[in-house]
Design a protein around this ligand. Structure first.
Ligand SMILES: Nc1ncnc2c1ncn2[C@@H]1O[C@H](COP(=O)(O)OP(=O)(O)OP(=O)(O)O)[C@@H](O)[C@H]1O
Ligand SMILES: [Mg+2]
Length: 281
């Protein structure tokens, strides 16, 4: 089990009272299949909210609703206190970024170029730089490049900057994907199975990174985390929402969720101690 960051057993950071992301009564159907029904969740700034549940529970679908890839038939989405009608191409300008289940890097671009693409939203030329006589494209690109290298450095993968993603170990590809999502300085980050395929040690290292994100970003980044690795979820989340067959069957702090019989039952009827193994398997 990973350890939590402070004395009361909850990670550092936590809700600040601002609005962040609100999902109310979300419903999604795929033909005859009810993928989500009456799902509500709140992800305040500077908090990490976990979305867990067995395979097919609707976790990725919920992310897809926030990103505008899937249109709900019911419910409302709010962002920063305003109604949100998500459109995939507008997400970056709203300060929303996601990593994909899997890795999802551009294979034809180097690691550095992948992260520079992710920084597109914040990469506008700054008029003040004109005073120093550099052409706008050079100035903008240099800033972008320096910021991307710094981001890669912080995640321990700067040595791969000029490599193609496919040549990197899986764990390093996942870090690059995270660096790319962070490059746009998002205020809401959706992480879909960031620990997929990682070893126990690698998961522990990732927990440190995620736990620091809400405060290290300086913007009170809100994080919604879908993950099967229960140790990671329990270590980094302030709140957890548990889905099963598209419905919320439990929610609360890691300790509340861990002890909830409905959660145990959803995970293959396992004993509470076995939930972690069943979910990670
Ligand atoms: N585009 C789609 N068209 C039809 N059915 C879909 C589509 N996307 C998801 N589903 C179905 O909706 C349900 C929820 O799928 P979803 O991918 O959200 O689950 P998940 O909780 O992310 O599962 P996993 O843990 O395996 O990633 C599943 O029954 C899935 O087969
Ligand atoms: Mg999924």
């Amino acid at each position: 089990m990973l350890t939590t960051a402070d004395a009361d057993g909850r990670p550092a950071g936590g809700p600040t009272g601002d609005d962040g992301l609100r999902l109310d009564g979300i419903g999604v159907r795929f033909g005859g299949l009810v993928a989500l029904q009456d799902v509500s969740a709140r992800v305040p700034p500077a908090s990490v909210v976990g979305v867990i549940g067995p395979n097919g529970a609707g976790k990725t679908t919920l992310f897809n609703v926030v990103c505008g890839f899937v249109k709900p038939i019911a419910g409302t989405i709010g962002w920063d206190g305003r109604p949100l009608r998500p459109r995939p191409h507008r997400l970056a300008s709203l300060g929303i970024a996601r990593t994909l289940q899997g890795v999802g890097l551009f294979e034809g671009l180097t690691v550095l170029e992948n992260v520079m693409v992710g920084a597109g939203r914040t990469a506008r030329p700054n008029n003040a730089f004109a005073l120093f006589g550099l052409p706008p494209s050079d100035r903008a690109e240099r800033r972008l490049r320096a910021a991307a290298l710094a981001r890669l450095d912080r995640l321990g993968v700067v040595r791969y900057a000029d490599s193609l993603p496919a040549t990197l170990p899986h764990v390093m590809q996942k870090r690059v994907a995270l660096a790319r999502a962070l490059a746009g300085e998002p205020r809401l980050l959706l992480l879909d199975e960031p620990a997929g395929g990682l070893s126990r040690t690698e998961v522990e290292e990732l927990a440190e990174v995620i736990r620091d994100l809400p405060t290290s970003s300086g913007t009170g980044c809100a994080i919604m985390l879908v993950e099967h690795h229960m140790d990671l979820v329990m270590a980094v989340c302030h709140e957890i929402v548990v889905l099963d067959f598209g419905r919320v069957i439990a929610r609360g702090t890691p300790d509340q969720v861990r002890g909830d019989p409905a959660v145990t039952e959803a995970y293959l009827g396992a004993e509470p101690d076995e939930v972690s193994e069943a979910a990670a398997g």
